[in-house]
Design a protein around this ligand. Structure first.
Ligand code: FAD
Length: 527
């Protein structure tokens, strides 16, 4: 198979495969198959913006074309599920959590005949959507039905960005299954693919129905409340509905916000450690401002996707400060899972056509910020979230970035209207961070203003606080078998500290399922 490239003006509606075949003078009769594998937008140069395409072709007389086209040889995509093992599985595998990691693990196990039982503390997506809508309208939070908990996990009310730095053949597996479940096929080749929350919810539901059709079972509003071990091996799990399930294999895919479950696991003696994470604020700008900066020359009438940005800086104190989860044309959301707290995050719809761009600007924290002890990071997050609630009197604390940098600048809302659904209160955000964090963020902003003029001006806002960037703990596991020291327990996904984002969490879920498949034969006759 050969990989060739072609460039097309963004306004060009022609099929890029046909354009590539024509421009590279390939005989149509020689083409056995052709597939777009990548598209990126080049809009920073002075010339008119263009799309750069990569196309894989299976050709007659490949050696001839390899030389003629100066093309790259490439292997066809291949993913192989491991052969089933021979150990006898005495109980159906249980998966706690139905976010990307738990869902991907359940999908693969169900597809291979292992009939997993998923327990998810939150509700199915329709019920969850109603609860989240109600919270965003009334401010009354349901601690089990919210942006963190329920079908689809933390990824459901998101921008649905599918970018990942993980280089793994399973990325394509995940994208392929998402397309089968209803995602737009363009996610297979977009440079920065995204789905949007409106599309994601239906996709999550389709994936669950597929899991059920393949023999899996999903129990909503059912929380894993305790694990019971016998001589260091998992024996059973106790659930919030009062039931006790015999359980020798448990995939723990609980996400980064299940603080009660982290505490329960620590009490049950599951080996864990505190880990670094980042906290900060959501920045909001007019999307038109970001577009103008990122797209140098846009010919009249050309429609380009809402532009993105990525920023990172190391402060003089050695702290990393970076943009995170940028949502072009998106909205700042209320993402709390505990009462009397404020937690912000970002989402967008598939069209990414909101007036504002938002992105978290977060500062790396460590024990020098949150203190020593397994739960010190969790407690640090909790303190920040409660303080934000108190400072904003239930609304989100908000400040113009200009005022954050210089108290003599105005702190009134102007061009950028905040999108946080429960209202904001304009004040000074400094009390939410410690001195080192404030200094590091200020240095990053001063640096950013130099390379991105206007970023800290033009009414740009900060809304706080962004605390749920990654897990504050790691649930330890053997690096090759993925098993905890508690035999039969497989911590995976973002909450366990091994992934960050939808795709990498789903990959970690697939890997956990592979471990079980490689070890055990599919269960027969187990209820
Ligand atoms: P989660 O998705 O957190 O799922 C864990 C699940 O476990 C939850 O459903 C929870 O209810 C359940 N659970 C917890 N405890 C228990 C228990 N005791 N018993 C039973 N069930 C339990 N990432 C991206 O890549 N792109 C984005 O655009 C993006 N945007 C985001 C926007 C928002 C608003 C948020 C909150 C996150 C966003 N993320 C995004 C991050 C992404 O959602 C997470 O990285 C990903 O969902 C982690 O997957 P996971 O399966 O490990 O955990």
């Amino acid at each position: 198979m050969l990989r060739i490239e072609v460039h097309t003006p963004v306004s060009d509606q022609a099929d890029p495969i046909e354009t590539a075949i024509r421009e590279h003078h390939i005989k149509a009769a020689d083409v056995h198959s052709a597939e777009i594998v990548h598209r990126s937008l080049d809009a920073r140069a002075k010339r008119a913006p263009r799309y750069d395409w990569q196309i894989d072709l299976e050709l007659e007389n490949e050696a001839f074309y390899l030389k003629k086209l100066k093309a790259r040889h490439t292997e066809p995509y291949h993913y192989q599920v491991p052969e089933a093992g021979s150990e006898v599985l005495e109980t159906r595998p249980v998966i706690a959590g139905f976010g990307p990691a738990g869902m991907a693990a359940a999908y693969l196990l169900a597809a291979k005949g292992y009939r997993p039982i998923v327990v998810e503390r939150g509700p199915a997506i329709e019920d969850r959507k109603a609860a989240v809508d109600s919270y965003w309208k009334t401010g009354v939070l349901d601690p089990e039905r919210n942006v963190q908990f329920g079908e689809g996990g933390a990824g459901a009310f998101s921008d649905g960005k599918l970018t990942t730095r993980v280089k793994d053949p399973r990325v394509r597996l995940i994208l392929t299954e998402l397309v089968k479940a209803g995602a737009d096929p363009s996610i297979m080749w977009m440079n920065h693919p995204h789905i949007g929350t409106d599309a994601l919810c239906g996709i999550d539901e389709n994936l669950r129905k597929a899991i059920e059709r393949m023999g899996g079972e999903v129990r909503f509003m059912t929380k894993l409340e305790q694990i019971v071990t016998d001589h260091g091996s998992l024996k059973e799990v106790k659930l919030s509905d009062g039931s006790v399930l015999p359980c020798r294999m448990l995939i723990l895919a609980i996400g980064h916000s299940a603080r009660d479950t982290f505490r329960m696991l620590a009490e049950c003696g599951v080996p864990m450690e505190a880990k670094q994470f980042a906290v900060g604020f959501r920045a909001e700008h007019l999307q038109s401002f970001i577009n103008a900066r990122q797209y140098r020359s846009i010919p009249e009438g050309t429609v380009l996707p809402a532009a993105e940005y990525h920023l990172s800086h190391t402060s003089s104190l050695g702290k990393g400060v970076y943009s995170f989860c940028m949502c072009p044309g998106g909205y700042v959301v209320a993402a709390a899972s505990e009462k009397d707290t404020v937690v912000v995050n970002g989402m967008s719809y598939a069209a990414r056509d909101g007036r504002n761009a938002n992105s978290a600007l977060v500062i790396q924290t460590d024990a020098s910020d949150f203190g020593k002890g397994l739960m010190a990071g969790v407690e640090f997050q909790e303190r920040m979230e409660h303080l934000a609630f108190e400072m904003g009197n239930g609304k989100a604390p908000c400040e113009t970035i200009a005022h954050y940098l210089d108290p003599s600048a105005g702190n009134e809302i102007s061009d950028v209207l905040p999108t946080y659904p429960l209202g904001v209160k304009m004040l000074d955000l400094h009390p939410l961070l410690n001195e080192r964090m404030n200094q590091s963020l200020a240095e990053m902003l001063v640096h950013t203003e130099k390379i991105f003029p206007g970023f800290t001006k033009n009414g740009a806002l900060f809304t706080g606080v962004e605390t749920r960037t990654s897990s504050p703990v790691r649930i330890l596991r053997n690096l090759s078998t993925m098993e905890s020291e508690v035999a039969g327990l497989y911590p995976c996904g973002e909450g366990a500290g091994y992934s960050g984002g939808i795709v990498s969490s789903a990959i970690d879920g697939v890997k956990a399922a592979e471990q079980i498949i490689a070890r055990f034969a599919p269960p027969e006759g187990l209820e």
